[in-house]
Design a protein around this ligand. Structure first.
Ligand SMILES: C[S@@+](CC[C@H](N)C(=O)[O-])C[C@H]1O[C@@H](n2cnc3c(N)ncnc32)[C@H](O)[C@@H]1O
Ligand code: SF4
Ligand code: SF4
Length: 419
């Protein structure tokens, strides 16, 4: 048995980190739990191993242009690349789209630098490939018009916009002058549209107002990602919040989101929902930053005018670039990025024995590689993840799982009951 005991406040969690079988108990662990665990262990180990090692691409992040109309201080895309501003031309784009359909890719997310600088190309792709592929767009929204929003809604495109602060000064400082007002306009246009979400990048500027951001967005949007800034760039490292302060701010935001959801304005913090999924449904997590090896180069990859990268976060890291020609060779792309696919959390000294290692995954590899020059390094956010995972168990224990996850969308696979 490799079950580990974790004491959280006044209760205990017994967890097998190899497969994330767990139970919460107060004093004694019921025998039937241990019997079930023994019976299922091999099967669960195999499921987890498959989930961690399988190469099964479903999403591509397509960066048509390297240009951006903003200059966020933490951006992981190096300034030189955004200034150089190469763009994929129309013929090559349609070649790429055809290759993706052949690779079995289901979703294409137009990503950045700033995708709306290539708006015409994007809208044409959506018209031409809308029957074969699902599309999304992640944008700073500066160039979005109401007419564009009607088109995106009509075509059922997923839309994500970036928004970092409820203070106009902070927002405009981080994201560019006029951004605060623009976001407010866009929130109106997409009001009630299910395929809409917000991304907030957590930095030392907004770490203490994450709960206010939830208050501000509740009723306007149902899904928000709150991602700690990655130190992939020096700008990102300079704005990285203290991990314990980050956990405190994030947990406050989680509690506000649960409160609003219970009071009729459902709002979910995607990152926290994913941590909960890592516990209650570990082989079905949607975001794949917290699995190790992560989803980069296994479930998704990023395409830029300069080549193919395992994930957008690697765009500035030349060691991880492959030529665009690999898109023509499905076998080659499946076997590329071997070094990233070899980054297993148990290879990292401090993480090897950690009970949470297959809930956390010690992300992000691009961040640690950029900073330390090696993939086999622990996440600078370790204390953040520990606290957030402990909080996730508290939320489960007090019965609030359904205020974060839509339980009706989960399928019950195992049930333990008294005989
Ligand atoms: C690189 S941008 C590209 C799309 C578009 N330009 C935008 O800003 O939404 C995608 C997302 O990554 C976030 N991002 C940029 N640099 C980051 C970093 N160092 N760490 C975490 N997220 C970052 C941005 O805030 C944005 O939400
Ligand atoms: S985060 Fe987006 S908007 Fe900001 S500089 Fe990077 S690509 Fe541009
Ligand atoms: S980073 Fe920290 S919480 Fe995550 S696996 Fe490593 S030791 Fe555990």
């Amino acid at each position: 048995m490799v079950l580990q005991n974790i004491k959280i406040e006044d209760f205990n969690v017994l967890l097998d980190p190899e497969n994330n079988f767990w139970t919460i108990y107060d004093h004694e662990i019921p025998d039937r739990i241990i019997e079930t665990y023994r019976r299922l262990k091999n099967e669960l180990d195999a499921k987890m191993e498959k989930y961690r090692s399988e190469v099964d691409f479903n999403t591509v992040y397509l960066n048509i242009t390297e240009r951006c109309n903003a200059n966020c201080p933490y951006c992981y895309i190096p300034h030189e690349i955004r200034r150089r501003g190469k763009e994929i031309d129309v013929d090559l784009l349609s070649d790429i789209l055809n290759s993706l359909a052949e690779l079995g890719i289901k979703n294409v997310v137009f990503h950045g630098a700033e995708p709306l600088l290539s708006k015409d190309k994007i809208f044409e792709i959506v018209e031409n490939f809308g029957n074969e592929l699902g599309f999304g767009i992640q944008t700073n929204a500066f160039l979005l018009t109401e007419e564009d929003s009607d088109f995106l809604k009509e075509k059922r495109i997923n839309v994500g916009i970036s928004f970092d602060s409820t203070s106009e000064n902070v927002e405009d400082f981080l994201r560019g002058k006029g951004h605060y007002r623009k976001v407010n306009e866009v929130l109106e246009w997409f009001s009630g549209y299910r395929g809409f979400h917000v991304i907030t990048t957590i930095t030392s500027y907004n770490v203490n107002e994450l709960d206010k951001i939830i208050d501000y967005l509740a009723g306007k949007v149902e899904l928000i990602l709150m991602n700690p800034v990655r130190g992939t760039s020096l700008g990102g490292r300079n704005l990285r919040p203290d991990p314990n302060v980050c956990a405190e701010g994030f947990i406050k935001a989680v509690e506000r989101a649960i409160w609003h959801t219970k009071n009729g304005k459902r709002i979910t913090i995607g990152d926290f929902a994913n941590v909960l999924l890592g516990i209650v449904s570990p082989y079905s997590r949607v975001l794949q930053c917290d699995i190790s090896p992560c989803g980069g180069g296994r479930r998704f990859f990023a395409i830029t005018p300069e080549g193919v990268f395992p994930c957008s976060e690697f765009i500035g890291l030349e060691d991880f670039r492959q030529p665009l020609s690999i898109l023509k060779d499905p076998e080659k792309i499946k076997t590329s990025f071997a070094n990233l696919k070899g980054r297993r959390v148990e290879c990292i000294d401090d993480c090897r024995e950690c009970a949470f290692r297959n809930i956390c995954g010690s992300p992000c590899p691009a961040e640690v590689y950029a900073e330390k020059g090696s993939l086999i390094q622990k996440s600078p956010y370790c204390d953040f993840y520990k606290k957030v995972i402990e909080h996730a168990f508290k939320v489960i224990r007090r019965g609030d799982l359904g205020s974060v996850l839509r339980l009706e969308r989960l399928r019950k696979v195992y049930e333990i009951f008294e005989t």
